[in-house]
Design a protein around this ligand. Sequence first.
Ligand code: PHE
Ligand code: FE
Length: 292
Amino acid sequence: MNANVSTDDFFATVAEKSEGAGLRGDYSKIDAQYVVAQDWDAYTPEQHALWRRLYQRQAKLIPGRACDVFIESLERLNIGDGIPNFEQSSEALFKATGWRLVAVPGLIPDYTFFEHLANRRFPVTVWLREPEEFDYIVEPDVFHDFFGHVPLLFNPIFADHMQEYGKGGLKAMKLDGLSMLARLYWYTVEFGLIQQPDGLRVYGAGILSSGGEIEYCLSSPEPRRIPFEVERVMRTLYKIDSYQETYFVIDSFQQLFNDTAPDFTPIYQKLKTLDPLPANLLLPGEVNLQAK
Ligand code: PHE
Ligand code: FE
């Protein structure tokens, strides 16, 4: 989506992509940046109870699987008792890394999303899934957005990286590079693995908020686990309706920051002339890190 399109165009595009299903969430009270009030008091006791069940399932899976930063931040956030109040968490986050949380009704246009990130604001969806959707949801809800994404923003390097990503998104829109940049986001921020001194761990929010993939991505012999390389990642297609067929592994958040710092303009140009790679490919000479 480009920078000049209106809100109406955003809804038209979404309706088309989702075959008329439209967006979940209440968009009637958005401001110009798609921000709404969280209205924390409106969550029901049943919704808080569902959050606790989601939280408790993930909390059990996290030791030995999530990266250290995630575990430390989660303890600090203290969000196990119910759906968190964004304002309170936002204060703590701001003190740590200068980021703030803003409440949004659901998916927002690319341009708006990048603008938030570029200004160190992380948009968090306000609605929570229904009990029938305990294991799987199509669009991100408050559990995915908050539990999955917010803890990593307490890490100064990752926090800086996310801001650079936002700026890079605004730039990619002008260079027709969004599909490539989206693959980078998918394979890092959503589904990334990190090699810690004590073993392979998860930092991607899509995995951290998933009951099944958090075990699968580390232990299954099926998927590929390939050392992170920017161009390789930006060329690789991804699956949105199953566990990933390939994960890319960083050594540190500093590596992620450094490797994505160079100007992507020539990379976009080059990759536009090449076919993207399927999600289940191991190129000749590529290392496939074994499951533990
Ligand atoms: N370096 C990228 C560019 O020049 C921007 C970017 C930074 C993208 C960090 C993703 C992450 O376009
Ligand atoms: Fe996400």
